[in-house]
Design a protein around this ligand. Structure first.
Ligand code: F6P
Length: 546
């Protein structure tokens, strides 16, 4: 056992437990008692207006939570991260996604080397390449202009650029078709390429390790598709394949010239990588200038997280609210509900960011945790969710804290008719958080003349916590701000829980077992030690597919 005091035995934790055991006022009472609550519980960061007043907290709760953050030295770990210390202890790596958006003249050292010049050298190389593709200067093997870009990657090498491409569609070059292939199910690559001309298609193979089986399998099949379409000339690969990776050796082994490789480094975690070379597909779609605006947005929130006092530090506040619900209210999940069609992949992206980071049950020193860690993160764009699962949030038996994300303006390119729908969208946005917080009492229901036997059915208890994040519009910078906000929120929680938020050993076992089972499927090979259930399923699979 380590010497670190157990989290749940810290006086600050016990104080929170005691606080929680006292009667908790309803949000209605909290607002009635404090007319300035909305104003006091709002923090502005860059373009983000974050209202956390509809959370189940008082000044005392927030103070106690901040005490816990201080006791667990969240800011100490934050500073160590920004300095480039190897805080990813199980992999002995620095955690420096913040260096990816550092200004050119910054100095951030890893093992005595300033990494910032390398970051900017790659950004410049990406910008140059993106411009050449966008302008038509970079052509395919037959001299045709590149019209299609297909990113092949999975997890952090897919979710970030795929999410951001959707988010920033209004800023993309609409003459380019950009697609993302991740699933090893051949249907994914088939659907992504079936209507494309190989002569006009660029594949971006994105893989930090360049050993991920799904990506290498899809990239190999894509190469076959390309060569079949272009008469089998191997020389075509150089004009139609580029790689994004930390592993030059494997890239070369695959047959991609390292001149066509865009590098990043082991101190960039996969799920923190989309503002590295992994964002190349996005940069081609939106252009280098917009990409850099996005990086500026990230940097703005980095600076806020690094310098804002605890009382006004948005990632700290959001992280601590999550701890309040997960550890003191037994909430198991956290919903993220964007009221923007363009953010349709946002929650899927956050699922990896949050759940791969904080889905841990061992402390940094190796002892098991005895407290809840990361929540299940879920959600879809708001109005669609309203007609699906919001019923459970409003009247079910579970506490589901939720973030509502919305924008004051629709994107500029919508027609006036479609722009006019925006107020209706946002009316729903505001109405939902209001209904969740304040509900509708039995007296109010009765006053509407509802028959007595229906009253309980139509009553809304309310008191469901939400945080509202509002911005003027969804620009590249705002997207960067939002992502950095969540990155640092996840960091805060991992720091309090004393877990390593930057490794992902939990995904390894399944990978190893898949490799072991595959020969049983393809060749009917005997797999030693296969459990009876899996063995029977494999046998059934082989029979069924005959
Ligand atoms: O799912 C495990 C994981 O290692 C993720 O962390 C990572 O984002 C993904 O696989 C893809 O890895 P790579 O970029 O090395 O192909």
């Amino acid at each position: 056992m380590s010497d670190t005091p157990k989290l749940t035995q810290r006086p600050e934790w016990i104080a929170l437990e005691e606080h929680r055991s006292r009667p908790q006022p309803h949000l209605r009472e909290l607002f009635a008692a404090d007319p300035s609550r909305a104003e006091r519980y709002t923090v502005r960061v860059g373009d983000l207006y974050i209202d956390y007043s509809k959370n189940l907290v008082t000044d005392e709760t927030l103070r106690l939570l901040r005490d816990l953050a201080a006791a667990t030295d969240v800011f100490g770990l934050r500073d160590a991260m920004f300095r480039g210390e190897k805080i990813n202890i199980t992999e002995n790596r620095a955690v420096l996604h913040t260096a990816l958006r550092a200004p050119r003249d910054a100095v951030i050292e890893v093992d005595g080397e300033n990494v910032v010049p390398k970051v900017h050298a790659v950004l410049d190389k990406m910008s140059d390449f993106a411009q050449r593709v966008r302008s038509g200067e970079w052509t395919g093997h037959t001299g045709k202009r590149i019209k299609n870009v297909v990113n092949i990657g999975i997890g952090g090498s897919d979710l970030g650029p795929a999410m951001a491409y959707e988010a920033l569609r209004a800023f993309t070059d609409r003459d380019l078709t950009v697609r993302f292939v991740s699933n090893v199910d051949g249907a994914d690559l088939h659907e992504a390429t079936r209507d494309l001309d190989p002569a006009e298609t660029l594949f971006i193979v994105a893989s930090k390790t360049f050993t991920t089986i799904e990506t290498i399998t899809n990239a190999t099949s894509a190469r076959s598709w390309l060569l079949a379409g272009l008469g089998g000339d191997e020389a075509a690969v150089a004009k139609h394949f580029v790689a994004l990776s930390t592993n030059a050796e494997k890239v070369t082994e695959f047959g991609i010239d390292t001149a066509n490789m865009f590098e990043f480094w082991d101190w960039v975690g996969g799920r923190y990588s989309y503002d590295s070379a992994i964002g190349l597909s996005l940069m081609i779609a939106i252009g280098p200038d917009r990409f850099r605006e996005m990086l500026d947005g990230f940097r703005l929130v980095d600076e806020h997280f690094r310098t804002a006092p605890a009382e006004a530090n948005a990632p700290l506040i959001l992280g601590l609210l999550g701890i309040w619900y997960g550890n003191f209210h037994d909430a198991q999940t956290h919903a993220v509900l964007p009221y923007s069609h363009y953010l349709s992949r946002f929650t899927a992206y956050l699922q990896q960011l949050d759940m791969e980071s904080n889905g841990k049950s061992v402390q940094r020193e190796g002892d098991p945790v005895q407290w809840q860690t990361g929540p299940v993160v879920w959600g879809t764009p708001g109005t669609n969710g309203q007609h699906a699962y919001y019923q459970l949030i409003h009247q079910g038996t579970k506490l589901i804290p939720a973030d509502f994300i919305g924008f004051a303006r629709p994107v500029a390119e919508l027609s006036d008719t479609l722009k006019a729908q925006h107020d209706l969208l946002m009316a729903n946005f505001f109405a939902q958080t209001q209904a969740l917080a304040f509900g509708k009492s039995a007296e109010e229901v009765r006053a509407e003349g509802v028959a007595e036997e229906q009253v309980t059915h139509r009553t809304f208890h309310g008191n469901h916590p939400t945080t509202t994040i509002l911005a003027t519009e969804l620009t590249p910078s705002v997207l960067g701000q939002l992502i950095a906000l969540y990155e640092h929120k996840v960091f805060v929680q991992g720091a309090v829980w004393n877990i390593d938020s930057f490794d992902q050993w939990g995904v390894e076992l399944g990978k190893v077992l898949a490799k072991r089972v595959e020969p049983a499927l393809t060749e009917g090979a005997e797999v030693p030690g296969l459990d009876p259930s899996t063995a029977a399923l494999v046998a059934a699979y082989r029979t069924l597919r005959k």
